[in-house]
Design a protein around this ligand. Sequence first.
Ligand SMILES: NC(=O)C1=CN([C@@H]2O[C@H](COP(=O)(O)OP(=O)(O)OC[C@H]3O[C@@H](n4cnc5c(N)ncnc54)[C@H](O)[C@@H]3O)[C@@H](O)[C@H]2O)C=CC1
Ligand SMILES: O=C(O)C1=N[C@H](C(=O)O)C[C@H](O)C1
Length: 234
Amino acid sequence: MKIALLGYGKMGQVIERIALERGHEIVLKKDEFNTYDGLENANVAIDFSVPAAAIANISASFHANVPVVSGTTGWLAHYDEMIALCKEKNGGFISSSNFSLGVNLFFELNSYLAKIMAPYHSYKVAMEEIHHIHKLDAPSGTAITLAEGVLEHSNCSNWTMDASPKDNEIQIEAVRTGEVPGTHTVTYNSPIDAIEIKHTAHNREGFALGAVIAAEWLAGKHGVFTMKDVLNFN
Ligand SMILES: NC(=O)C1=CN([C@@H]2O[C@H](COP(=O)(O)OP(=O)(O)OC[C@H]3O[C@@H](n4cnc5c(N)ncnc54)[C@H](O)[C@@H]3O)[C@@H](O)[C@H]2O)C=CC1
Ligand SMILES: O=C(O)C1=N[C@H](C(=O)O)C[C@H](O)C1
């Protein structure tokens, strides 16, 4: 399969290695300095760039009739626009705040826990995400997905990064330190005890492998999909 890498930073480089190991060919490595020349030759594009570039990368893929997997976080305000463009161009699209198998299992666990905790109002839910100091966005896309998973089942109204959240708000604390690849914790605390679930990425391999598997799955398809479709979680 011919892959266009849209973004060739920390993630793009791990994705390249894994894609080559799985027998794929890289036909474009797009960064902020070069053009989309060659994109039209790809069977699939993989966007791991920066929030400001993600929209242009995803749009360029739809215009070139190339299905696109996007892992870039921090551009959710434009999500509906990209879905509309995908439909207009009959494109193929998967975006996810986190492509690792472990985190996608963790999303399922988070939803289940939120469901069974819903009747117990003495527990207050909060989240912490820890990442490397180079990360541009906060909170992480993964923390937002986790919070959305809780909001679906609880009577909380929204998430906040405010240090003094209201009773009906889910607090997300974002910590930036060293070279941490990504750690997410969801805690339900009561005056009596606490229940905590945690996912720790030891490196970027899981994110990258998940993105390549998603790309293999998406090639040749039209429509908007999620990692649940790829992993058969539905
Ligand atoms: N969904 C997931 O599983 C994961 C998502 N991410 C997200 O992926 C994104 C990239 O992460 P990293 O690789 O760690 O960041 P990075 O900063 O190492 O790399 C970003 C790359 O984007 C490139 N770039 C900048 N402007 C561009 C443009 N106009 N077109 C194409 N590329 C451009 C930069 O040259 C840089 O190489 C971030 O938003 C991060 O939050 C990171 C890990 C996992
Ligand atoms: O920027 C990162 O590094 C990561 N970003 C994603 C996010 O914002 O959730 C996924 C992962 O945690 C690493």
